[in-house]
Ligand binder design. Structure first.
Ligand code: 5AD
Ligand code: SF4
Length: 471
């Protein structure tokens, strides 16, 4: 599609859905004596959290008021995750519980969406075994929620829509943001990498970047509304703009956001190591608003495992990238995702992961036991190690990382950082602030500081970081 036709298709789509919001509003004003309440629960990653903010925007436009309690709600929606089996199991459990809610409140509408529901097998199972689910839709059509609600209310139809047309970026959707001073800003959707364990490319489709102008416009609005931290989001932000003719790659986009006026921070995730360029590292170093913090998932330390995961780098290349990043930004804090117990991984392979984390010295790790995902190549690979054994390795990894994080935290004592004050501390009169490197510090401070930057000196680490506010 050419740029103009793409834009007009987008505008038509938005207008059509805004038309449906008006129709839904009329229907629900007849159906309910009071303004109906909607509850949205999000499973999984930040991308899902960001999608839910748009879903809430659409629900509010349809005339619903948001509630934090599924018991009170007239409309309950679960935005699901398919990355690991336990996330899926939790969804099934929670959907099962809704049966009782619906018995108590027969007019309640139950809706499911997200990565799980994009899978035809899941959609079929829900259709057959959970007859009280009224609406189910996939990741590519979430902007059509007003239409789905309308069809359900007007025709008592069970609406099941999870086609995989890759046309899921509709600009201009209403948003209800969860926070006031930290915001998610999706810059791209989907993934082309097909790591052999991962379901994401199957449920979120091919990579698709937003136009730089749309990203910048949204960033400007966020800054004008007082947002102090913008998280640029994508499954692989480093391939932003690939294939587009505007010539703006991720490093350039980062510079464009950095050049916007205002006192705010920029973070981004996730960076695939194979696409992390020196240009990006230099850009991070040169852009004062970009946090010195890089989430660079390695997944495993063994070259054999990395190859079988289809990650397109080996441990030496990864370590070289880390070295370069530290040469360019000596104070950078790194974090990573690790999978323990990938099919065929031996204890010897796993030891390579332990060695690698010792060498890199990440500030924090997101660790997962491998979970087979139907339809992915890894799910077909022989997997001889028991879950019990993998759990032992997992604990060993956590303990090793705990020691590393502990040492890094100790080395921060005495230093002063600019922190974003995020929430109240455990004790009265205390505040929790976060440094650009993601250190979380508890210090004495007034609640009015929340949502602002301040300077804090770290004075102690006793399992958590304690500081004092500098004036
Ligand atoms: N099993 C375990 N962890 C997984 N991840 C993705 N797929 C799986 C899986 N099948 C992890 C990866 C990824 C993170 C978001 O989730 O570490 O980086
Ligand atoms: Fe999954 Fe790999 Fe894509 Fe990340 S880069 S979403 S792990 S396929």
């Amino acid at each position: 599609m050419t740029e103009t036709t793409k834009q007009s298709a987008n505008t038509d789509c938005l207008q059509e859905q805004l038309g449906y919001t008006e129709r839904v509003k009329k229907l629900i004003s007849k159906r309910y004596a009071q303004q109906p309440l909607a509850f949205v629960h999000t499973y999984g990653c930040q991308q899902n959290v960001s999608d839910s903010e748009k879903i809430k925007g659409l629900l509010v436009s349809c005339g619903y008021e948001m509630t934090d309690s599924s018991d009170d709600a007239d409309f309950v929606l679960f935005n699901t995750c398919a990355v690991r089996e336990n996330a899926e199991d939790r969804v099934y459990g929670h959907v099962g519980q809704l049966k009782h809610n619906k018995r108590k409140k027969p007019g309640m509408i139950v809706a499911l969406c997200g990565c799980m529901t994009q899978q035809p097998t899941v959609a079929d199972k829900i259709k057959r075994s959970y007859p009280y689910v009224d609406i189910l839709f996939g990741t590519h059509v979430r902007h059509r929620l007003p239409e789905f609600i309308y069809r359900h209310l007007a025709f008592q139809e069970r609406v099941f829509e999870n086609s995989d047309s890759n046309n899921d970026i509709v600009e201009g959707l209403p948003v209800v943001r969860d926070g006031t001073f930290k915001a998610w800003l999706p810059i791209m959707h989907g993934c082309n990498n097909f790591c052999t364990y991962c379901i994401v490319p199957y449920v979120r489709g091919r990579e698709y970047s937003r136009e730089p102008e749309a990203v910048i416009e949204e960033a400007k609005q966020l800054i004008a509304s007082g947002v102090k931290e913008i998280m640029l989001l994508g499954q692989n932000v480093n391939s932003y703009g690939k294939g587009a003719d505007h010539g703006v790659n991720f490093a350039k986009l980062l510079r464009m956001v950095n050049d916007l006026e205002g006192d705010f921070r920029i973070r981004f995730m996730t960076s695939h190591p194979k696409d992390c360029t020196e240009e990006l590292l230099h850009t991070m170093a040169e852009c004062d608003k970009v946090c010195l913090n890089l989430h660079l998932p390695v997944q495993a330390g063994s070259d054999i495992t990395l190859r079988r995961m289809n990650r397109h780098y080996n441990s030496q290349e990864y370590l070289k990238l880390v070295k370069t990043a530290r040469e360019i930004m000596p104070d950078i804090q790194l974090s990573s995702d690790i999978i323990v117990g990938f099919p065929g991984e031996t204890y010897k392979d796993f030891k390579c992961t332990l060695d690698l984390i010792e060498q890199v010295r990440y500030y924090s790790l997101y660790t997962f036991i491998y979970s087979p995902r139907k339809g992915t190549p890894a799910a077909e690979m022989p997997d001889e190690i028991s879950y019990k054994e993998k759990s032992k390795w997992f604990t060993e990894l956590l303990e090793r990382q705990e020691q590393i994080s502990h040492k890094i935290n100790e080395s921060l004592v005495g230093k002063t950082f600019k922190v974003l004050c995020e929430e109240k501390g455990r004790e009265d009169g205390h505040i929790i602030g976060r440094t650009e490197g993601n250190a979380v510090i508890d210090f004495c401070g007034d609640e009015s500081l929340i949502g602002t930057f301040t300077s804090v000196q770290i004075i102690e680490f006793d399992g958590s970081l304690k500081g004092i506010k500098k004036y």
